[in-house]
Design a protein around this ligand. Structure first.
Ligand SMILES: [Zn+2]
Length: 317
């Protein structure tokens, strides 16, 4: 499937509700892969088969470029690097996202402490630990990653791509814009069917939702003719989708404020109300971190207060 001149989209199956991650193969003067799925028995052969359709193996790629460090975009990077392919990501992501995989003990400890302080019960914590172990076994961090900077123009397969730093979904999330025709590799900044997860994690910036909303504004200012996202279909009405996403977060903030009268409540308690219904362990973790991002946004905006309640932290109006 071709999506724009010089770009082939490669949907790779992943074990998440999205079902696929879109990797993009830039072709022209050489070949560059953007994002790479994670190491599952399905994903790696699917990616290899798609490359083979273009007569390519991993070793033939000039570069692998990563939009951000999440497992479904980054997981195979170390294996592809081992084939002699240099791996590139934004300097901010090297500093802030990459360590999540290279310092697992420290990150697990910090994560656990944050979950506990925000009211996550012990039973949910042990499920979360097991879930994370499974993910870690499917992720191979690159050993010698190289970096690019916000605003830099990269020459990829003979095409010129401008780097656009859009923190929010990940601290060092980067989009790539081909200014000659307005084609944007959007990563997970703007998606068609769902609102990309914006969460507070132990290692992330303290107010990711604030950054995300700013990044949406930044993206709105770009001349985009076609946005090619990390999941789901291409977006023609990029600005329209940005407005929907911004409105969705405003609604969620208002709803959360409505839940907050009376006694202080933990992030966990509020997340059960904001995201009711049956969710699996991974989804509950995302729901919790998304709730925390909204709470911290309201806190930074001076709309709510934070209180220590023994071992845990509560939020109140
Ligand atoms: Zn992501």
């Amino acid at each position: 499937m071709s999506s724009a001149p010089g770009i082939a989209v490669i949907p790779v199956p992943i074990p998440y509700p999205f079902k696929y991650v879109n990797c993009y193969l830039l072709l022209g003067d050489g070949a560059v892969l953007v994002d790479c799925a994670l190491d599952t028995p399905e994903a790696r052969p699917a990616l290899e088969a798609a490359l083979a359709q273009h007569g390519l193996k991993f070793a033939d790629l000039d570069r692998l470029v990563l939009t951000h460090h999440h497992p479904d975009h980054y997981g195979l990077a170390g294996l592809i690097e081992a084939e002699g392919v240099p791996v590139y990501l934004l300097d901010v992501e090297l500093e802030r996202g990459h360590p999540f995989w290279t310092q697992p003990e420290e990150m697990a400890r910090a994560g656990l402490e944050l979950f506990r302080r925000h009211g996550v019960p012990e039973e949910a914590l042990s499920n979360l630990g097991r879930e994370m172990e499974k993910t870690r076994s499917r992720v191979h961090p690159p050993k010698n990653p190289r970096t690019f900077r916000d605003g830099e123009v990269l020459e990829l397969a003979g095409q010129r791509w401008r780097v656009v730093w859009t923190p929010g979904h990940a601290d060092g999330h980067a989009m790539l814009l081909r200014e000659s025709d307005g084609v944007l590799l959007a990563g997970d900044h703007v998606l068609e069917r769902i609102s990309p997860n914006i969460g507070v994690w132990a290692y992330s910036y303290p107010n990711p939702l604030g950054l995300y909303l700013e990044s949406l504004e930044k993206a709105k200012g770009l001349e985009v003719s076609l946005a090619l996202p990390g999941h789901y279909r291409p977006l023609r009405d990029f600005r329209g989708r940005i407005e929907e996403l911004a409105a969705h977060h405003q609604e969620r903030l208002d709803y959360l404020l409505g839940l907050m009268n009376g006694q202080p409540k933990t992030c966990w308690e509020l997340s059960l109300k904001l995201f009711p219904g049956e969710l699996n362990t991974a989804q509950r973790r995302f729901a919790w971190s998304e709730t925390l991002a909204h709470l911290e946004y309201l806190l930074h905006a001076g709309r709510i207060r934070k209180e220590t309640m023994g071992e845990t932290i509560g939020y109140r109006l």
